[in-house]
Ligand binder design. Sequence first.
Ligand code: F3S
Length: 379
Amino acid sequence: MLNGEYGWAVAKAMEILVKVGEAVNAPRLIEVKHAHVSGVSYTNIGKYGLDFIMDFYRKGGRARIYTTINPGCVDYSGFSSIISNKYLNEQLLIDRALIGMGFKPVFTCIPYYYRPPMPGEHLAWGESSAVIYANSISGAFTNREGGPISLAASITGYTYMAGFHLLKNRIAQVELYVSEEVLSSPIGALGLWIGDHVKKIPLIKNINRESLSRLKILLSSMAASGSHAFAVLEHITPRNTYSLEIEDKVHIEKNMIEKYIGDEISPGEKILGYIGCPHLHPFELLELVRLIRKRGSVRRGKLLLTIPPEFLSKYNYLVYELRARGVDVATGTCPVVSTFREKYDVVVTNSGKAAFYIRRIHNVKTRIAEIKEVVNYVT
Ligand code: F3S
């Protein structure tokens, strides 16, 4: 591959992997089963990123393994009154090239919904929220890759064997015990606290009764405020995919996470409620329909949900009902990598990751709340 027998694109992709592998002292390459390509939003990668992807596409780069694509910066339903489709043409160029390379156009940050990884399986995933989910909940082995590496892994079927591909690097060293009081608070705030304060791989205790939805929020929030890509979740993370060498123990109490809940909302402020970071699972969509039915419709501010584009047709009747009740359902996109059509005073969300980035990128106040509370704010 490296010598060019398989063409320019494969040789270039292999060169990238070999160079990175050498830089991190990887002993060899390893086969991967699934690549998830992030770094595909035009607002993030701009013209140079577009050229990079087009180069691989035009020169024959094709997926050798199952490959999925992260969200872009436009709403594919075309109905969102919140997400602007300002960069539609540029985003479509990127998408066409990725699809042309044989990547599955899921445009979502929950690739595990389309292909749940197996324990011990090696992956090359971009998208920090998906990486930490794959390592911690599925017990798969992946580093937190950038877009170019996951693209190169797709084209070659390999990645460099280092970091979380090696069992010797999957050692939890800090034990975190989460108090009951903390568990009754928005879990996104706990995730932000862990990301901010814990620099080693944690073993998190007392969270095994939490739903997968809440764990998804916890992990993605940790990955946002810290560089976490793996946490051992007691009684959840599959055995034989980690080991323990505990050096420190921390009991997490409510007063420690309070400041991570965010800003107070003043009367009269323009509120945007946001749920769907990471994208919603069908069960979460159903739960939201149930909650909103109880409250009637969105009457104060706006409520944005983000889902994979495929759900538009698959769960058509749910999306239709949500829209009829005033909910803005955007598909294949994410407010962090998109531009808003108008300015809001405050974004209320259940996601620590969304709060962390939206505050910085859109320069707006944010508040973390449970899903039910987010719905109550806007209905
Ligand atoms: Fe997904 Fe965007 Fe959140 S890619 S995890 S909705 S920041």
